[in-house]
Design a protein around this ligand. Structure first.
Ligand code: APR
Length: 236
């Protein structure tokens, strides 16, 4: 069995990292046009650094939740049985990895990395990032930005993701509103291949009509329960 699992902010929400479009979400409190675009970084780098420094500290204080652990367990159990779980996340936290996931493709980048806009090096980065910081690779000052994909930029690893989606037997979306492309288009691509699609979310997403199965509730409840059912099915 080859699973393709797409996660969004709702998968990490119960770890305290927040979501974007829920009531009181990040984009209700902060303007993405001022903080999450290349132009914003060129215009006001200190504001952008402050925003991502706050989010990076929040991720470092967060802990993986039962949904992250259940997905990590599913990945290792499937691998033991010759199956696979391709984990594609829109999240920029490292909670899948900290829960033990062997593989997670971060299509929107990673908060715990910095990217040099001059030499393109990416560096593991846990402390606050500021304009005064020097790129350890090329020595440039002020050229480091958070290694996240901003609005208007191309998401990462799209060819790998497309190949995995084309090979999947089941597509599962967890904790995502289905409102940001290209991730929001994955469910339709799976339906075009006529494979089962499953949505695990707090409430029906924007593209809930594309799912052949759905379970609604907190990820820490619906994801472990769904993983149990999948593992029972592979046992049979
Ligand atoms: N359990 C399950 N689902 C939840 C929970 C929870 N505890 N809390 C919230 N949700 C659901 C919401 O109902 C919503 O459908 O998670 C989804 C979160 O949607 P968004 O806030 O839009 O987050 P996401 O879909 O990940 O956003 C995609 O948009 O701004 C960009 O780069 C950003 O990666 C992000 C992308």
């Amino acid at each position: 069995m080859r699973l393709f699992v797409l996660t969004g902010a709702g998968c990490s929400a119960e770890s305290g990292t927040g979501t974007f479009r829920d009531k009181g979400g990040l984009w209700a409190c902060f303007d993405p046009a001022r903080l999450a675009t290349p132009k914003a970084f060129a215009r006001a780098p200190d504001d952008v650094h402050a925003f991502y420094n706050m989010r990076r500290r929040n991720v470092l204080e967060a802990h993986p939740n039962a949904a992250h652990y259940a997905l990590a367990r599913l990945g290792s159990e499937l691998a033991k049985r010759g199956g696979s779980l391709f984990l594609c996340t829109q999240n920029v936290d490292d909670l899948h990895e900290r829960a033990g996931a062997q593989q997670a493709v971060h299509m929107h980048g990673e908060l715990l990395k910095a990217r040099c806009v001059r030499c393109k090096a990416t560096i593991h980065w846990e402390q606050d990032l500021n304009r005064q910081d020097v790129c350890p690779s090329c020595g440039a000052e002020g050229s480091l930005s958070p290694d996240v994909v901003w609005f208007g930029e191309m998401p990462l690893h799209l060819e790998t993701i497309q190949n995995a989606l084309n090979a999947a037997d089941i597509f599962v979306a967890i904790g995502t509103s289905g409102s940001v492309y290209p991730a929001a288009g994955f469910a339709a691509a799976a339906r075009e291949r006529d494979i089962p699609t499953c949505e695990l979310n707090m409430e029906p997403s924007d593209n809930s009509h594309l799912f052949t199965e759905a379970h609604y509730g907190p990820a820490t409840e619906v994801v472990p329960a769904w993983v149990e059912r999948i593992l029972l099915a592979v046992e049979q």
